[in-house]
Design a protein around this ligand. Structure first.
Ligand SMILES: [Zn+2]
Ligand SMILES: [Zn+2]
Length: 288
């Protein structure tokens, strides 16, 4: 194997600055490094990981559930309890991201609308405005922490791998594992029959052999997926409205007078407040 050198350093720099690149582009990058020996993405990832592990960073080859491409992802896994931040997010950003993450994971479609995402700032302890949120949402899409599909936000490949441990630990009830590969499903389908979760890619691979759903073996039809995709996009929009409406009445009875004054002064605010996570979990999809 090629010793750790310029090719490795160049590879690390590129992946770290871009966050996510396709395995194909990564290989091209290495081919252009003028090394005498042929050098593979897999070998470089392994060697680089040995170097960056002490800094709680990792490079992973993964499947992007959005595009179904093989990608190289740069992960920042360190978290500092004292400053409540990690390498990429400040404490405030991390607070917003976790609220957004929980919201995304507890809605059936695993997506939230743009308006809903911005309204979540009202749940924050730190001072953070909607326009701060809007800017950050754009940055996170570029960094692939989020993916924007029409007007809805879903988790991007980077968040999926960086926050997998966090989700297992903190939100075990909100995650579903793929019936084939047992990893968390962020983007995929629920079987119309049983309704186990499954990654799009795992399902496709299975369908090459058998034209049935792998979990309960009911017949598979292509239009089942189309209607589910349509439904999930519509759902992300309507869940937003439902949450906002149902909460307005919940809040009226619970608010203390000081908060109430604040809210009447700022009508927009009162519409933004969303229920606590526990309330949302009870409204969570019932799939089992
Ligand atoms: Zn799977
Ligand atoms: Zn099934």
């Amino acid at each position: 194997m090629t010793p750790y050198g310029n090719a490795h350093r160049f590879f690390l720099r590129t992946v770290a600055s871009q966050g996510v690149i396709s395995v194909e582009d990564a290989q091209k990058l290495l081919d252009n490094c003028n090394s005498d020996e042929e050098i593979t993405v897999k070998d470089v990832v392994k060697a680089v990981n040995d170097e960056i592990k002490p800094y709680q960073q990792e490079i992973k080859i993964a499947t992007d559930e959005f595009t179904n491409d093989e990608v190289v992802v740069f992960l920042s896994l360190g978290y500092d309890d004292a400053t409540k931040s990690q390498n990429v997010f400040s404490a405030t950003e991390l607070e917003y991201f976790r609220i957004l993450l929980e919201q995304i994971m507890t809605t059936e479609s695993r997506q939230v609308s743009g308006i809903h995402a911005m309204n979540l700032v009202s749940k924050m302890k730190s001072s953070f405005t909607k326009s701060d949120a809007e800017k950050l949402l754009g940055t996170w899409c570029r960094m692939r922490y989020l993916d924007k599909d029409q007007d809805n936000y879903a988790l991007g490949v980077r968040a999926i791998h960086e926050f997998e441990g966090y989700l297992h630990q903190n939100m075990p009830d909100s995650i579903e594992e793929c019936c084939l590969c047992k990893r968390i499903v962020f983007r995929g389908y629920n079987c119309p029959g049983c309704p186990m979760a499954i990654h799009t890619r795992c399902l496709r691979r299975y369908l090459e052999k058998v034209n049935k759903w792998p979990c309960c073996k009911i017949d598979f039809f292509e239009n089942q997926l189309e209607s589910m995709t349509e439904r999930s996009s519509r759902l992300a929009q309507s869940e937003t409205q439902q949450l906002d409406t149902s909460n307005r009445s919940d809040d009226a009875t619970e608010l203390d007078p000081t908060q109430n004054t604040e809210l009447t002064q700022d009508v927009e605010m009162s519409q933004d407040v969303i229920p606590e996570i526990s309330q949302r979990v009870t409204r969570k999809r019932k799939r089992t």
